[in-house]
Design a protein around this ligand. Structure first.
Ligand SMILES: Cc1cc2nc3c(=O)[nH]c(=O)nc-3n(C[C@H](O)[C@H](O)[C@H](O)COP(=O)(O)OP(=O)(O)OC[C@H]3O[C@@H](n4cnc5c(N)ncnc54)[C@H](O)[C@@H]3O)c2cc1C
Length: 291
């Protein structure tokens, strides 16, 4: 095992991004380390320079401004779980974070790490995409914003180029919205076989104005937002029959690999369909105040 690296603890974002720029592919950001250190221990990666972001105060925040919530990338999952604001107004994030790992993991792990590891079975990205999350990314040449949905290029591949994820911004769900997150895993501490996050927003006549159906887990190289299934629901009065059709169409978009260690494709497709249906039914009951 080779543990030969230089460790930096920059005090601000400018210092952090200049280190990332200077050391390029030989450097890695470390936040909670719950993914990175496992990969280093297993010798999957051997960075020569580690840039810790945990001493940068700007990266640790949970702030609501108008109808938008900003979460700093180095905010821990435990801080998110404990946030009353998130529990009351962004229940989908609270629901997803509770399902992630163990208390010990959530105490260390960060929201930024859960996104930047680009593991398709990560639990927060589907919930965040269902809330139209945008990422604020910083590099030496300044800041850019990217929809989270467009951030992933494949398993462990993102659009970051020697850059730092600074902040995640989500929209507060409009009035008459219902959301739900459901995860199926082999054990309560394991990564998802399939996870599903949905949002439906109804108008005063109970017609669906906006739907989001997002599935993660081992159903493809990145999470899947099923726009086709969303179109089945939008503009209609939502009932069980429409939900069944949307669930069927969502599962048709899965690209499961046969060599997955968690479950075979046939199982993921069947179970994914059931979970999408259950999540949409739950979201509908929640809009109607029945749950
Ligand atoms: C026992 C155990 C159980 C787990 N269970 C789950 C689970 O149920 N669900 C789940 O989703 N995950 C799970 N995980 C995975 C992991 O805990 C999470 O993905 C966690 O959120 C990663 O955050 P971190 O801060 O520890 O990331 P780190 O390990 O520090 O970093 C992960 C990756 O992201 C990069 N990175 C981190 N922050 C930034 C940033 N701001 N900008 C740019 N790059 C960045 C790092 O360079 C690295 O490549 C589990 C892990 C363990 C060890």
């Amino acid at each position: 095992m080779l543990w030969d690296f230089e460790y930096f603890e920059p005090a601000n974002i400018t210092e952090a991004v200049s280190l990332l720029q200077k050391y390029g592919d030989e450097a890695r950001v470390i936040a909670g380390g719950t993914d990175l250190l496992v990969d280093m221990k297993n010798e999957k990666i051997q960075p020569k320079f580690l840039v810790s972001i945990m001493k940068i105060p700007e990266l640790k925040c949970i702030v609501e401004d108008g109808a938008e919530l900003s979460i700093g990338a180095a905010t821990t999952l435990a801080e998110i779980e404990e946030s009353r604001l998130i529990k009351e107004r962004y229940g989908l994030i609270h629901e997803a974070v509770k399902e992630l790992g163990t208390v010990q993991v959530r105490n260390m792990a960060t929201i930024g790490g859960n996104i930047c590891n680009a593991i398709p079975s990560a639990d927060l990205p589907p919930a965040l995409v269902a809330l139209d999350a945008r990422l604020k990314i910083v590099g030496v040449n300044g800041e850019r914003t990217l929809p989270l949905e467009e951030f992933f290029l494949g398993v462990r591949k993102t659009k970051l180029k020697n850059e730092l994820l600074k902040e995640i911004v989500v929209r507060r769900p409009p009035e008459r919205s219902g959301t739900a997150f459901i995860k199926l895993a082999r054990t309560s501490e394991d990564l998802a076989i399939v996870n599903v996050a949905v949002r439906i927003t109804l108008n005063k006549d109970n017609i669906c104005e906006e739907a989001r159906i997002v599935v993660g887990g081992g159903i493809g190289p990145t999470l899947l937002r099923s726009r086709e299934a969303e179109k089945i629901i939008e503009g209609r009065r939502v009932d069980e029959e429409i939900i069944n059709r949307a669930a069927e169409v969502t599962s048709q978009g899965f690209q499961c690999r046969r060599d997955s260690i968690r479950a075979p494709p046939e199982y993921k497709i069947e179970v994914g369909k059931v979970l999408v249906k259950r999540a949409l039914m739950k979201a509908l009951r929640r809009v109607n105040g029945e749950e």
